[in-house]
Ligand binder design. Structure first.
Ligand code: ATP
Length: 208
């Protein structure tokens, strides 16, 4: 399997944080993946109507975050496609592009519990395997999955027994609004970018 199995981590990355990076590295090692492609959404379908930072900023922060990890790359395919970033379109595109690779779509347990709401999930389960990582508060994620999609869905969703990475983009945005620091929660290059660009309500140039 080694060398022929690709990891995909789609997300809003608003902003990307150490939880994303640590869980991706863990999955990379455990699954002996060839590499992991981070794919920032242009408009995430499950967050329609919410405010997020401009896609170009989220993309730029993702690039900064993975720059020193040779296993990780970033794709702008959802940014280029524009419109609502349905994961099925991304998976179809990757399936064509990497016809000789097994695709592993990496998700947190919160996303497992929501999988039944994803556009064309049945087709997606055929085209990719999902590799899931624990997240606090979603201990019942697999039960939720089975309740909505049936026992057979478990064959395509592998829940890894991973460490819990208790950090979220929501927490980062809240800390910025409260004027709290971000040390250890996001890579320092991302923290710098946030303050330089005045994202999430901070004043551009004024680092806490
Ligand atoms: P928000 O707090 O804004 O909802 P988020 O922290 O969940 O954001 P996303 O960019 O939406 O970040 O997450 C992309 C993917 O990474 C999702 O599948 C999510 O479940 C997973 N993920 C994010 N943070 C973690 C974490 N700390 N541990 C495990 N998985 C995570």
């Amino acid at each position: 399997m080694a060398g022929k199995s690709l990891g995909i981590l789609g997300g809003t990355f608003d902003p990307i944080h150490m939880g994303h990076l640590r869980m991706a590295e863990h999955v990379f090692q455990r699954m002996e993946l060839e590499s992991i492609v981070f794919i920032p959404a242009y408009v995430p379908p499950h967050k329609l109507g919410q405010d997020f930072a401009p896609a170009q900023d989220r993309y730029a922060m993702t690039e900064l975050a993975v720059a020193d990890n040779p296993h990780f790359t970033v794709s702008d395919m959802e940014l280029k496609r524009t419109g609502v970033s349905y994961t099925i379109d991304t998976i179809r595109q990757l399936h064509k592009q990497y016809a000789d690779r097994e695709l592993n779509f990496i998700i947190g347990a919160d996303s497992v519990a929501q999988l039944h709401t994803w556009h064309n999930i049945e087709e997606m389960l055929e085209l990719t395997r999902f590799v899931a990582v624990w997240r606090p508060g979603y201990e019942d994620a697999m039960e939720e999955l089975v309740r909505h999609l049936g026992e057979q869905a478990k064959e395509r969703v592998l829940l890894l027994d991973t460490p819990v990475y208790d950090v979220s983009s929501t927490e980062i945005r809240t800390r910025i609004r409260q004027g709290l620091g971000l040390a250890g929660l996001v890579p320092s290059a991302v923290e710098k970018y946030i303050y330089e660009h005045g994202l999430y309500g901070c004043v551009a140039g004024e680092k806490k």
